[in-house]
Design a protein around this ligand. Structure first.
Ligand code: HEC
Length: 115
């Protein structure tokens, strides 16, 4: 294993703008996780601690991973709102595409990090 990792690290080809190969580390991260980091979600949410908003763990515990819940929360992330966890509203995310919002929500509701 160690030998493999070392040989992996030493192959530092620099293909500009192409992370498709050689970046196994990123490829193994669910797209939803990457999108969360790129957005502002972590300003108000953490994985397992309540911040301004509920933790992603609490959200996953409240909503089973069903098509209905994913559709509902995708909508909520895009339009924002309050009243479910308290009076503090979540900001709307109009620049987030529905596709990306759905990937994020699917990721939050899938603790194992499925697609
Ligand atoms: C300005 C702070 C803030 C930001 C930024 C934010 N949230 Fe929230 N979020 C909240 C609050 C507050 C709530 C609780 C809202 C409520 O009680 O209805 C919440 C609730 C949620 C819920 C549960 C909604 C429900 O109806 O139960 C999800 C899912 C969620 N946020 C995902 C995200 C994602 C994904 C992002 C990034 C794209 C994000 N949030 C960014 C504050 C924020």
């Amino acid at each position: 294993m160690l030998t493999f990792a070392a040989s992996c690290n030493s192959s530092t080809e620099n293909k500009s703008g192409n992370g498709a190969d050689g970046s196994a580390k990123f490829a193994s991260e669910p797209e939803g996780a990457t999108l969360i980091k790129r957005s502002d979600c972590t300003t108000c949410h953490k994985a397992d601690t309540k911040l301004v908003g509920p933790s992603f763990k609490d959200i996953a515990a409240k909503y089973p991973n069903t098509e209905e819940n994913i559709a509902k929360l995708t909508e909520k992330v895009m339009t924002g709102g309050s009243g479910v966890w308290g009076d503090v509203p979540m900001a709307a995310h109009p620049s987030l595409s529905k596709d990306d919002a759905r990937k994020i929500v699917t990721y939050i509701l899938t603790p194992a990090g499925g697609k």
